[in-house]
Ligand binder design. Structure first.
Ligand SMILES: Cc1cc2nc3c(=O)[nH]c(=O)nc-3n(C[C@H](O)[C@H](O)[C@H](O)COP(=O)(O)OP(=O)(O)OC[C@H]3O[C@@H](n4cnc5c(N)ncnc54)[C@H](O)[C@@H]3O)c2cc1C
Length: 402
């Protein structure tokens, strides 16, 4: 044997399973595989495990959603996620959390958050890994992966070998937190197709003209219905000093393509025309701005009256005026300049093409022993705990087979 090869063999640490990425999906998969008696190592370049979990849900981690179903996910193949979601459901997630004594509460739309802090979630996963004798090695820069019957992972901490390699390196969102495109690079190395990636669940930036006109509204939040590309979401919208954000905008951003218009209904629960006609009868002398301030934030009303709608006494509003008011309040059309991109996106749309993976095991169809789980896969949830549910479910499923 050549000296250098001999040295590599001697210094190689051999495992059954190596998981790349100590995030939600990777920790879950490792704990499950370890629980089956597999010898598991997790490698991560970060100095801490589960960093995204720690900052999720405003520090309380929206860890699942009571109503999670395949309809809450975007993917080229909307059926792919069904199998994993059925084998590890939101109720399984709840059981896992309850076993650990993590108490939780429900917010709107079935979103479940920890009562305490997101750190409890990371602690739970680390405990599960410890119970399953999983080794976690952080601060490890991976240089290359070589496939023979198994895989050799070359890193700045030495060479590691395994039978099964699980890629759980997440997406591109928030590079400052350590996100990289490494998972896609590995997929490409093994000739797996990548569905083009894009920032999802991300605030919009406005054109400079719209920004100048709307910046005075920064801080206003109100419930709206946002629509684009045949999808709509009823949630809160927030005007910020940079553009527009809030859950409604984050949700619709996952469907928006550059150049498209977002339709915004500022009063989604009201038949505004009928209401205005009633107000015209009841308080005809009052100005539109006074009347609208009963149902919309005052600052927004003043702005709309300055820019888009006539601030006259109600009794002098013509039918055409009413039509225009309804249009500007319920069919406001806004053309964002762009999204804020990966810098602030909560998720990455696209990723490893599900056509290349088994929906049962998450193994690459043509590369034995290579698995992809979590956000690196082309399965992206809506806002509301769905992305973690996908991480738990895909991690759990791969964990049964690796
Ligand atoms: C601010 C924010 C808030 C969020 N809040 C929620 C929420 O409340 N509910 C919800 O469902 N989803 C939320 N999400 C989305 C959720 O965090 C992700 O979908 C989820 O963490 C994906 O899990 P993952 O394990 O696939 O990837 P990640 O959690 O991103 O983990 C990937 C791991 O791989 C490591 N890694 C990356 N590149 C390399 C490399 N080259 N070498 C070695 N290691 C590498 C990273 O360090 C990281 O530890 C939020 C996201 C953000 C950014």
């Amino acid at each position: 044997m050549e000296d250098s090869l001999l040295e590599t063999v001697i210094n190689t640490n051999i495992y059954d399973v190596i998981v790349l990425g100590a995030g939600a999906a990777g920790l879950m998969c490792a704990a499950e595989a370890g629980n089956r008696g597999r010898r598991v190592l997790i490698l991560d370049h970060a100095e801490k495990a589960g960093k995204k979990i720690l900052i999720s849900g405003g520090g309380r981690c929206n860890f699942t959603n009571l109503y999670a179903s395949a309809n809450d996910f975007l993917s080229q193949n909307p059926h792919f996620c069904k199998s994993a979601l059925a084998r590890f459901t939101q109720y399984d997630t709840l059981e896992m959390f309850e076993k650990q004594g993590i108490t939780w509460h429900e917010r709107e739309h079935g979103q479940l958050f920890c009562d305490g802090s997101a750190k409890q979630v990371v602690d739970m996963l680390l405990e599960k890994c410890a119970e399953s004798h999983v080794t976690i090695q952080l601060c490890t820069k991976i240089d290359k992966i070589v496939k023979h019957t198994g895989f050799d992972i070359y890193s700045d901490q030495g060479v590691f070998a395994c039978e099964s390699l699980v890629v759980a390196t997440g997406g591109l969102s928030i590079p400052k937190m350590g996100a990289t495109g490494f998972g896609y690079q590995i997929a490409r190395q093994f000739d797996l197709n990548i569905i083009e990636t894009e920032a999802g669940l991300v605030p919009f930036r406005l054109t400079s003209q719209a920004h100048d006109s709307l910046k005075a509204l920064a801080g206003i939040s109100l419930p709206v219905e946002a629509s684009c590309a045949g999808q709509s979401f009823r949630e809160a919208m927030l005007f910020t000093h940079r553009g527009i954000s809030g859950p409604a905008m984050l949700q619709i951003s996952s469907y928006w393509q550059a150049g498209e218009v977002v339709g915004i209904n500022l009063l989604p629960d009201l038949d505004v025309r009928t209401w205005l006609v009633e107000q015209k009868v009841a308080r005809g002398k009052q100005h539109l701005r006074t009347v609208l301030a009963d149902i919309l934030p005052k600052r927004l009303v003043l702005h709309w009256c300055e820019l888009y709608i006539p601030d006259k006494p109600l009794q002098s509003l013509s039918d055409a005026d009413l039509d225009m008011i309804v249009l500007q309040l319920q069919g406001w059309q806004l053309k964002p300049a762009a999204t804020e991109g990966y810098r602030t996106a909560e998720v990455t749309l696209g990723g490893v093409d599900t056509a290349c993976l088994s929906s049962k095991t998450m193994q690459a169809r043509d590369v034995e022993g290579l698995y992809f789980i979590g956000e690196v896969v082309d399965v992206t949830g809506h806002l509301g705990g769905f992305n973690f549910q996908w991480a738990w479910a895909s991690g759990y499923c791969a964990g049964q087979f690796v």
